[in-house]
Structures are given as structure tokens and as C-alpha cells.
Design a protein around this ligand. Structure first.
Ligand SMILES: [Zn+2]
Length: 281
């Protein structure tokens, strides 16, 4: 009798038939179903979150994400408000800068390419010490932002000066060594027709006239095409880097104040409705 009971018990532990039956019991079945629903719900929530996050990245256009010669910049800063120099470098990207600047534009892309070239010239080991840089920038919204965020130079600390005489370019100096470079665009790189269209739109807006939405679209398409080309071509074909001897950094800005120029069509209509993701913001 006891042998029989033992055999029955053994059977209950090992029999696949018994296990299957067990899973098929209504309670177990309901539990399994609940787990499946929970997993499916979590998956759907994650997919929805991912979709929302992807949608919010639409300020950074596809051509920039796939650009052939676009590299991150490696920098070191300090660790805290009383900071010592970082032990490890970090990378910053054009996308980081576009996010903080507010948009990806031809001025930001040009500044990124120019400043990357200047900083790599001054820091040949490839890591830019942003506590050791000062710069002179033209006073435009895009280049002054890039001049501050890429180099660590700041207007309030007297390390970023604004001077329109530098043109479409920068002067960048490594403070500890005094080495300085001037970067500029090669003549003819920026399309003349695009420059003319921009000037025309700006002039009419300055007179209080409206411009056609299609004109703004045309400018933006041209600016994107220029930027795409810039990021898909070796930088020495577009940018000139010149060493400056005995450069004396200015003690004040020549052009400290300028009206914001990248909002002049803020309320202009669009030719096409914005994508749903933009309307939700
Ligand atoms: Zn801009």
C-alpha cells in the first residue's frame, strides 16, 4: 500500500500529463492570461513612449543624422561649482547644440564645422579643454550660441567677444599657450542666390512687409541643401583655418547687442499644415 502511494506521489511530480492538466486548470489559465495581458500592455506602453520620443526629435533632420563627415567633439570641463578638471572627456554633438539652440539651421551647421576645425587645430590630441578657450564671434543668434556652447567661452566672463568684423567665421584662442586661429568660409561656398533670397526677405520684413510662405520654404530648402553638402564634404574644401601670430584678445565687444534675427517670420503662415506631432506641442 505504502509502495503504491509512493508510486502515485512520484507520478504526480514527474508526469507530463499531470503538468499539462495542472496548467489547464481554470485558475492557472486565468493567471497565465493575466501575465500575458500585462506583458502586452507594458510592451504597448513602451512602444507608445518610444514613438512620442521619436516624434519629438524631428528638429534634427534625416540628412544631418546621416551626414558622412559629421563627428562629435570631445571636450573636458570641470566637475562642479568649485570644480576640478574632469578626469574623463565627454562628447558633444551638433544634435545637442541644435536642441539647445532651438533649431538646426545653416548658421549653426556652418559654425559647427568652423569651430570644430579651429578647436582641433588648437587641441591636436583631440580633446578640447573648454576652460582654456576664448573666442570672437559675429553677433548673430546662431554663431554666438555655437561660439559659447562649443568652446566654453562666455560673454559674462569676458571670454566671448562679439565683433561683426570677423564675418562668417570666428577667432579662437587657446588661453594657456596664446595660440590663435581664424576660421572662415572659402569664397563662393555659400550659394549667392540663397544669400540674395535671405537678404530680400529680411529687407521686406524690416519694412514691415509680409513675405510669401513659399519664399520661406524655398529659403529653408536651400539652406538645408547647403548644410547637407557641408556635412558630406571634407571640411578643408569649405573652411579656411589660419594661424594668427601674437594675437591680442580684445577687452570688449565691438557689437555687443543686436536684435534677434531668427524670429522675424515667427507668425507667418505655412504653405502646408504642420505634422500632427508639431501641433501637439
Ligand atoms: Zn539658428
Amino acid at each position: 500500500m505504502s509502495e503504491r502511494r509512493e508510486a502515485v506521489n512520484r507520478g504526480s511530480e514527474t508526469s507530463p500529463i499531470r503538468k499539462t492538466k495542472c496548467l489547464r486548470s481554470p485558475r492557472r489559465f486565468a493567471q497565465s492570461l493575466a501575465v500575458l495581458f500585462l506583458v502586452a500592455a507594458l510592451g504597448a506602453a513602451q512602444a507608445s513612449l518610444a514613438q512620442k520620443q521619436t516624434g519629438q526629435e524631428d528638429f534634427y533632420l534625416e540628412w544631418a543624422a546621416q551626414a558622412r563627415y559629421l563627428q562629435p567633439l570631445w571636450v573636458v570641463d570641470t566637475d562642479s561649482a568649485l570644480g576640478r578638471l574632469n578626469l574623463h572627456p565627454k562628447s558633444i554633438t551638433l544634435k545637442d547644440m541644435a536642441r539647445v539652440h532651438g533649431h538646426l539651421c545653416d548658421g549653426l551647421v556652418t559654425s559647427w564645422v568652423q569651430l570644430s576645425a579651429a578647436l582641433r587645430e588648437l587641441f591636436p590630441d583631440g580633446v578640447v579643454d573648454r576652460t582654456d578657450v576664448r573666442a570672437v564671434s559675429r553677433n548673430c543668434p546662431c554663431c554666438a550660441d555655437a561660439g559659447a556652447w562649443m568652446t566654453g567661452a562666455r560673454i559674462n566672463q569676458g571670454t566671448l567677444m562679439l565683433d561683426n568684423s570677423v564675418g562668417v567665421g570666428f577667432i579662437v584662442q587657446r588661453i594657456s599657450t596664446g595660440e590663435a586661429v581664424q576660421v572662415s568660409l572659402r569664397p563662393g561656398v555659400y550659394p549667392a542666390q540663397l544669400a540674395a533670397l535671405e537678404q530680400s526677405i529680411r529687407a521686406r520684413r524690416a519694412r514691415g512687409e509680409t513675405v510669401e510662405p513659399a519664399e520661406i520654404d524655398r529659403f529653408e530648402r536651400g539652406a538645408n541643401e547647403y548644410s547637407r553638402k557641408l556635412l558630406n564634404t571634407p571640411q578643408d574644401q569649405f573652411v579656411i583655418v589660419e594661424r594668427l601670430r601674437d594675437y591680442h584678445f580684445p577687452d570688449h565687444s565691438q557689437d555687443p547687442i543686436a536684435p534677434r534675427s531668427d524670429t522675424i517670420n515667427r507668425d507667418a503662415p505655412r504653405t502646408m499644415p504642420q505634422p500632427a506631432v508639431n501641433q501637439q506641442r
